[in-house]
Design a protein around this ligand. Structure first.
Ligand code: ADP
Ligand code: ASP
Ligand code: MG
Length: 438
């Protein structure tokens, strides 16, 4: 029997009309289905701002008022009543605590950021019930267990999968549609924790993995994964199919349509992932499976990148040197995106703001030079590295620009390089034109 997990993003939950559309999509879906939802669009950003405002003694009360009014207007238009009083009260108490402390501690930032999902997941079941279905909200605090790495919790899969199975399977068996809060879980010490910005996709994949779902559907506001961000390029085209590995590369190197960790639980259980459009549900979307066709699929980019050049003549080939460097990054919980090495230096890229956390330690044994304001450009597609013509085309297209750290991902499905952030729009347009238009 079909057993689908359907994740609905911020725009899909962003208005009464959109939520009604989500309920219609779920209503028409055959078999067992579990919904995983994001906060209404813009709400997570507003919540974070609320926490920051409270920390500096600003008028957070006004911020809460705006959020209450936004959600009440949605409820009124949907014609359903949901008692959100306790959640608003809890949010107010959090802000009072932050104001008293005068700082927004990471655990509190996570708790405050997660209210959007806790609220939206209480709204959808009422709409489903109004449409004649059985449905209940399930808080991921009871389903997803992580460590204490606030801001991007690392999931304890064993405990999480057991909890999801125990709580959701009986509901599904009795024909109920569980509506699960995306983005959040419970930390080791029993606090609310988030899985990183955009993390509801990952929540969807975790739930699908636990339930051995027949398909994970990511419902968003575009027709699928495109060969370039469709908001940036009207000539971009939907890709009907991608492999897990290609999709992972695209997500990792900046295509916002999918959270980078989403593919992992799906690969582990070989669960097909479909990217679909809530506002155009009959479009076929993009299907992601482990099948792979050799061709160039998409170009993507990631801004706000810093290059850290670590130079230590003679040391680089010494045993343990590389591992010493990477341990420093790992201990500071910094993700490294691109790495390139030479005889005397190693260069790594990190998000802006992250380099400062490790410069002092690295400087103890190496010369460190930092280049801010960079961007990663990534061309993705199976077979790309054997395609000599593709390489020629790529570097002909960008010949007028300074390109550095050219590297071929270890997955052999991408070519990445760094350019100045100020030039990245121009560079990716040239690459897009060369590969997908010319
Ligand atoms: P959601 O709120 O549904 O999770 P997101 O805003 O996180 O949606 O992701 C969808 C957005 O991703 C699209 O609106 C689009 O602008 C952007 N995007 C970036 N690169 C791509 C791409 N290659 N294909 C499709 N969408 C992309
Ligand atoms: N609401 C969260 C965010 O804005 C998670 C998500 O939408 O996936 O980051
Ligand atoms: Mg998203």
């Amino acid at each position: 029997m079909e057993n689908v997990v359907a994740k609905f993003g911020g725009t899909s939950m962003g208005s009464a009309k959109a939520i009604q559309q989500v309920a219609d999509i779920l209503g028409k879906m055959p078999g067992a289905k579990t919904a995983v939802v994001s906060a209404t669009s813009g709400t997570t950003d507003k919540l974070i701002l609320l926490g920051e405002t409270a920390a500096t003694g600003g008028n957070w009360q006004e911020g809460i008022k705006v959020l209450v009014e936004k959600h009440e207007a949605i409820l009124a238009e949907l014609g359903v009543t949901v008692n959100l009083e306790n959640l608003w009260k809890e949010l107010k108490e959090c802000c009072e605590e932050v104001q008293k402390k005068g700082e927004l501690l990471t655990y509190m930032k996570d708790k405050i950021s997660g209210f959007g999902e806790r609220i939206s997941s209480n709204i959808l079941p009422e709409v489903l019930k109004k449409n004649g279905f059985k449905s209940v909200a399930v808080d991921s605090y009871e389903l997803v267990f992580a460590d204490n790495n606030f801001g991007e919790g690392n999931v304890d899969f064993e405990k999480t999968y057991k909890a999801i199975e125990e709580k959701l399977v009986p509901l599904l068996k009795s024909g109920v549609i569980p509506v699960v809060t995306g983005f959040i879980g419970q930390s080791e010490t029993g606090e609310y924790i988030t899985l990183g910005r955009g993390g509801s996709d990952y929540s969807g994949a975790i739930v699908a993995g636990a339930l051995n779902s027949s398909e994970l559907q990511i419902w968003t506001d575009v027709d699928g994964i495109f060969n370039f961000d469709p908001r940036n390029e009207p000539r971009a085209k939907v890709l009907p199919k991608l492999s897990f590995k290609e999709a992972a590369e695209l997500a990792f190197f900046g295509a916002k349509v999918l959270h980078p960790k989403t593919i992992k639980p799906a690969i582990a259980k070989n669960i097909p992932v479909k990217i679909l459009n809530t506002f155009n549900p009959s479009a076929p979307g993009t299907l992601i499976t482990n099948e792979e066709e050799e061709s160039i699929k998409s170009v993507t980019f990631k801004k706000n990148i810093t290059i850290v050049n670590i130079c230590s003549a003679g040391m680089l080939s010494a045993p343990g040197f590389m591992s010493k460097i990477f341990q420093i990054f790992a201990k500071a919980h910094i993700d490294v995106d691109v790495v390139s090495t030479s005889e005397v230096s190693v260069s790594v890229t990190v998000d802006n703001g992250e380099a400062d956390k490790v410069i002092d330690q690295l400087s103890k044994f190496a010369n460190v030079r930092v280049e801010k304001g960079m961007a990663i450009v990534c061309l993705v597609g199976a077979g790309i590295i054997h395609d000599k013509l593709a390489l020629l085309d790529l570097f002909t297209a960008v010949q007028e620009h300074d390109v550095s750290m050219v590297s071929q991902g270890s997955s052999k499905r991408n070519i990445t390089f760094l350019v100045k952030e100020a030039e990245v729009q121009e560079v990716v347009k040239k690459v897009f034109n060369k590969f997908f238009i010319d």
